[in-house]
Design a protein around this ligand. Structure first.
Ligand SMILES: [Fe+2]
Length: 274
C-alpha cells in the first residue's frame, strides 16, 4: 500500500493555531514584526524559512518542529502491531479517513473503531481472519467517521458505542472513563474533547504495545483543531494522550499512524516536549 501522506501541511498548522488563539494576521504581525504580506503567504503555504520560525512562539508552536513540517522532514515510521489493523478510504475525493480494528490474537474478539467511508474491506478482513466482532467504538460523530455505522452494525451485529456527550442516535452511550473488556485486552474511553463535544480517545492495553485510537484529537505532526474549544483540545490531549508511555501507537482519524515518542519530538503543537 502506498504510504498515507501527513494530514496537514505547515500552513494548515499555522491556520489552526491562529484561529484557535483568535489571533488576527494584523495582531500576529504586530507581535512578531513579520510583515502582513509574508504572513498571508505563509497562511497560503508559501514558505519563508526565516519568518516561519519567527511567528511560531506567538502561535504557541515549536519553531523547529514547524519548520521541519514545512520542509517535509517528518515522516513517522511504519507501524506494525499484532492485533491492530488500519483501513483507509477516500472522503470527498481529496481527503482520506481511517478506521481501525483491534483484536485479541488469542480469543479473536474484535472491536472496530470509527467506520471510514467503506465498510466492505473491514467486513471482509474480519471474516478472513475469523474474528469475532463485538463493538463499534466511535471517536466522534463527524460524518466521515460514522458514514458506515449502520452498515457495520447490521453486517457485523456489533453494539455501536459513543460518548454520552456526543451520542449517535441508535448507539449505546457511555460515560467517559468507562473501561470495556475485549477478550484479554482492555479498552479505556478517555475524553479528548475540544475538536468535538464528546471526542474520545480509546486506550487499548494488552497488545505488545499500548495503542491509542485518537480520532481527530491528534494527527501525526498536527491535530484536528479546536472546533469546539482549542484550549480544551490542547489540554485534554496533554492529559489523556501525552501522559501515556512513549511507545504508545497513535492511530489518528486522518493521515498515518505514529508513536507518542515521535509526536513529542515532531508535533509543533506540543513545544514542551522538544
Ligand atoms: Fe472530526
Amino acid at each position: 500500500m502506498k504510504p498515507i501522506p501527513l494530514e496537514d501541511d505547515f500552513n494548515d498548522i499555522v491556520n489552526k493555531a491562529m484561529s484557535g488563539l483568535r489571533l488576527t494576521d494584523k495582531e500576529l504581525s504586530r507581535r512578531t514584526g513579520v510583515s502582513m504580506e509574508i504572513i498571508h503567504g505563509l497562511c497560503r503555504g508559501q514558505l519563508d524559512e526565516t519568518s516561519l520560525p519567527r511567528i511560531a512562539p506567538a502561535l504557541e508552536l515549536d519553531p523547529q518542529a514547524l519548520l521541519r513540517s514545512a520542509l517535509k522532514l517528518y515522516r513517522p515510521r511504519p507501524v506494525e502491531v499484532e492485533g491492530l489493523l488500519m483501513f483507509t478510504s477516500l472522503y470527498r475525493a481529496s481527503m482520506t479517513v481511517n478506521a481501525y480494528v483491534v483484536f485479541d490474537p488469542v480469543t479473536r474478539e474484535a472491536a472496530v473503531f470509527d467506520t471510514s467511508t467503506d465498510a466492505l474491506p473491514i467486513v471482509d478482513r474480519i471474516a478472513e481472519l475469523d474474528l469475532k466482532p463485538v463493538s463499534l467504538f466511535l471517536t466522534h460523530t463527524h460524518p466521515d467517521h460514522i458514514a458506515e455505522a449502520d452498515a457495520l452494525k447490521h453486517r457485523l451485529g456489533v453494539t455501536v458505542r459513543s460518548s454520552n456527550r456526543e451520542p449517535l442516535p441508535g448507539s449505546t452511550p457511555f460515560e467517559p472513563g468507562t473501561v470495556f473488556p475485549l477478550g484479554n485486552l482492555r479498552v479505556e474511553a478517555r475524553s479528548t474533547w475540544g475538536h468535538s463535544k464528546g471526542g474520545t480517545t480509546y486506550v487499548i492495553s494488552g497488545l505488545e504495545v499500548p495503542v491509542a485510537v485518537v480520532g481527530d484529537a491528534l494527527f501525526a505532526g498536527s491535530m484536528g483543531g479546536g472546533m469546539v474549544s482549542y484550549p480544551d483540545a490542547l489540554r485534554t490531549n496533554r492529559e489523556a494522550i501525552f501522559r501515556l508511555p512513549d511507545d504508545t501507537v497513535i492511530c489518528p482519524g486522518h493521515g498515518p499512524m505514529s508513536t507518542l515518542a515521535e509526536e513529542k519530538r515532531h508535533n509543533p503543537f506540543y513545544p514542551e516536549f522538544k
